[in-house]
Design a protein around this ligand. Structure first.
Ligand SMILES: [Zn+2]
Ligand SMILES: [Zn+2]
Length: 339
């Protein structure tokens, strides 16, 4: 079968023929129909994020079950499914506490074991969620990034009176905008830069009340202006680059909350003096639980969260090189591959 394989450390990947995965008794084999390229796939393919190799990346996907192992009860060939990425061991202290995302023996599809940039992928049956007949594979492949934004929103203390800022209008940020609106907050402001012009327009279409382009205006002053000096109650950082924490802290009111969804690969400067004096709360979330994944599938299936406006490109799996180049150019939002 055809697959995209990370064969060595450093830049580069191969698009090549590999063996069909062997079925195991608790697992299913899925024919991949749609698989999204995630922000974290960029560093994996470019070789700046270390993964075990050889490995097939790809974790935002949906497809059809073609084979089920002998102990699988709830799935059969022909079922249309989307699997969540997090595979907890079920036995460690974290799993017992229900915190699978912090599992000591965590396995993530497409990060630690072979993923879905392939015609077929093997996953445990327990992580698969069945989709309605009317749900598209592209919608199913979008549940993973929605759920990553959702875990942060769900953990937030926001109320109907709150002004919320979403930093970064990438897919995760645009899902955060929609999810915060679903939570019923007062106002959502989405922040980006010059290269995000189209994305900021899309943020407005998807419910953002205001947008800020930090290349053209001081985001802290703009938030002061929008809120009449009151400042923001909540900032959700969907970027993960140094520089954002300083601005985020600057636009928060006393007692405000700074929530981090973006994955930091380098250490940012954080004004802990302000955290103390203004009693700022900071927290982060990683991935999502199976329940949160299921809740996000519900959001997509009944139209409460829109995914189609975010999907800008489709490529056959064999054209990964081209898709990767489009991704690096940033002239895109979500790219979906079809093996
Ligand atoms: Zn992802
Ligand atoms: Zn565990």
């Amino acid at each position: 079968m055809l697959a995209v394989v990370k064969e060595h450390s450093g830049p580069g990947f191969a698009v090549k023929d590999v063996p069909y995965p062997a079925l195991r008794e608790d697992d299913v084999i899925i024919k991949v129909r749609s698989v999204g390229i995630c922000g974290t796939d960029g560093p994996i393919l470019a070789g700046t994020r270390q993964v075990p190799w050889p490995m097939i990346p790809g974790h935002e996907f949906a497809g059809d079950v073609v084979e089920a192992g002998s102990r699988v009860k709830n799935l059969k060939a022909g079922d249309r499914v989307t699997p969540c990425i997090v595979i907890g061991c079920g036995d460690c202290d974290m799993c017992i506490e229900g915190k699978e995302v912090l599992c000591d023996n965590l396995v993530e599809t497409g990060i630690h074991v072979d993923g879905a940039f392939a015609e077929y992928v093997r996953v445990p049956a327990k992580v698969c969620r069945k989709m309605r007949d009317t749900t598209t594979y592209d919608q199913g492949a979008s549940v993973d990034p929605i759920a990553s934004a959702y875990r942060t929103v769900k953990a937030s203390p926001v109320t109907s009176k709150d002004v919320c800022v979403v930093y970064g209008p990438g897919p995760i940020g645009l899902y955060a905008v929609q999810l915060l609106k679903l939570r019923g907050v007062k106002q959502v402001i989405c922040v980006g830069t010059d290269v995000d012009e189209k994305r900021l327009e899309l943020a407005k279409e998807l419910g953002a009340d205001e947008t800020i382009n930090t290349s053209a205006e001081d985001p802290v002053e703009r938030v002061r202006q929008i809120t009449g000096g009151r400042m923001a109650d909540y900032v959700q950082d969907c970027v993960g680059v140094p520089g954002v924490p300083k601005a985020a802290m600057g636009m928060l009111k006393k007692g405000g909350t700074y929530a981090v969804t973006g994955l930091y690969h380098s250490m940012p400067e954080v004004d802990l003096g302000k955290v103390v004096r203004s009693e700022i709360k900071i927290y982060g979330t990683i991935c999502y639980t199976r329940q949160e994944f299921e809740e996000c599938l519900n959001f997509v299936e009944d139209g409460r969260v829109k995914v189609e406006p975010l999907i800008t490109h489709h490529f056959p799996l064999g054209e990964m090189e081209r898709a990767f180049a489009v991704m690096q150019s940033k002239q895109c939002m979500k790219i979906i591959l079809h093996p």
